[in-house]
Design a binder for this molecule. Structure first.
Ligand code: SAH
Length: 347
């Protein structure tokens, strides 16, 4: 069976026209899915019963089955989804201070990047997600949040996986999410976060409307970075920064550099002092994320005074550096804590 949400709205229209449906019917169906987050043809009450049945025989809409929701006291909710092959992924819905919601979604089941401080890395790569599996996380989270089609939200590709190791499907999903007949989300509301795959960034830069970019930097020199992020081999900082300088960053936008602060690893004064020199000539802000522990990680966050000192050094150089209060820690839903602790469903 084919999946409708794997297709762009134009492709949906094309395929349904070939199936004998007039264009306005495709529009109605797309509106049910992306406007009203209805993923069951039986609920599409402006279609005739026989048509609903015919469609349901040919097409699947959602490619995800919700297994579990965990809500933390700060309102952050972690979702576990089963894919058709029994693989499991996680997504996190985060209420922001601004009143908007941020959906943190996965691009792969597991991850091959091997970052030493990240629990998803322990899973290894299971497989890439399809465009539909990416899009449906957003659909599902929007429905669970009770948001209507006029209420905007943000999407960050900061769940499981490395989006630029699955670039084709991530870009197709972004096209569906931003299409006016799809989820109609502004591209400014979508951030792709990467561990710094230079080729992938080059590829994004060629897109007509590239998404926002966040880079998980986590160190100010290659030597420190290599110890915690194996991807540094083959993607050294000078090449990464060179590529970022060529990125078509719209006026008034900036890059986000994420920096996970790990005690005794990358939290020295000299690390902080090196950052402004390294990132010189770019428009950016830094997001400091104290390391979120997980069982067996072998790392600890720095103590609060060290974190404060690190941030102060950046402030003294006029760098925007926010300290990200980790949300959803108690449900293992914070940065770097996504890994499937759920059992695979049987059958
Ligand atoms: N692969 C992409 C998308 C994952 S984003 C990327 O690397 O950007 C996940 C973010 O969480 C990254 O910025 C990563 O540096 C951060 N992170 C990973 N493990 C963490 C941990 N244990 N504590 C805090 N942040 C962590």
């Amino acid at each position: 069976m084919e999946t409708l949400t794997d297709l762009t709205p134009a492709e949906v229209q094309e395929r349904l026209t070939a199936q004998g449906l007039p264009a306005f019917r495709s529009k109605q169906i797309l509106n049910w899915i992306y406007g009203k987050t209805v993923t069951d043809f039986r609920e599409m009450t402006n279609l005739s019963k026989p048509l609903r049945e015919e469609l349901a025989e040919k097409w699947r809409i959602s490619s995800l089955k919700e297994l579990k929701q965990n809500k933390a006291s700060d309102g952050t909710t972690k979702f576990g989804f089963a894919l058709y092959d029994g693989s499991i992924i996680e997504s996190v819905r985060i209420p922001m201070e601004t009143g908007k919601q941020t959906f943190c979604i996965s691009s792969q089941a597991g991850c091959a990047m091997g970052c030493k401080f990240c629990s998803t890395a322990r899973m290894g790569l299971i497989r890439n997600l399809s465009p539909s599996e990416i899009v449906c996380q957003a659909l599902h989270l929007r429905r669970s949040a009770g948001l209507n089609e006029k209420q905007v939200f943000n999407i960050v590709f900061m769940g499981m996986g490395e989006p630029l190791a699955n670039t084709d499907n991530v870009l197709k999903a972004i096209n569906i999410l931003t299409d006016k007949d799809g989820m109609n989300l502004s591209r400014r509301r979508i951030t792709v976060s990467t561990c710094g795959i230079v080729n992938g960034i080059r590829r994004l830069a060629r897109e007509p409307r590239p998404p926002r970019l966040a880079i998980s930097l986590n160190a100010a020199d290659d030597e420190t970075r290599r110890k915690i992020m194996p991807i540094t081999e083959g993607n050294p900082l000078d090449e990464l920064l060179d590529q970022l300088k060529r990125y078509p960053l719209p006026p008034r936008e900036r890059f986000t550099f994420e920096y996970v602060l790990i005690g005794g690893v990358n939290d020295r004064d000299e690390d902080a002092a090196k950052l402004p020199r390294l990132l010189n000539k770019l428009r950016y802000k830094i997001n400091l994320i104290p390391f979120n522990p997980f069982p067996g990680s072998g790392f600890l966050p720095p103590d609060p005074a060290r974190i404060e000192a690190f941030q102060q050094i950046l402030f003294s150089k006029n760098i925007t550096a926010t300290l990200r209060k980790s949300k959803g820690c108690e449900i293992q839903g914070a940065c770097g804590q996504l890994a499937t602790t759920l059992k695979k469903p049987r059958g």
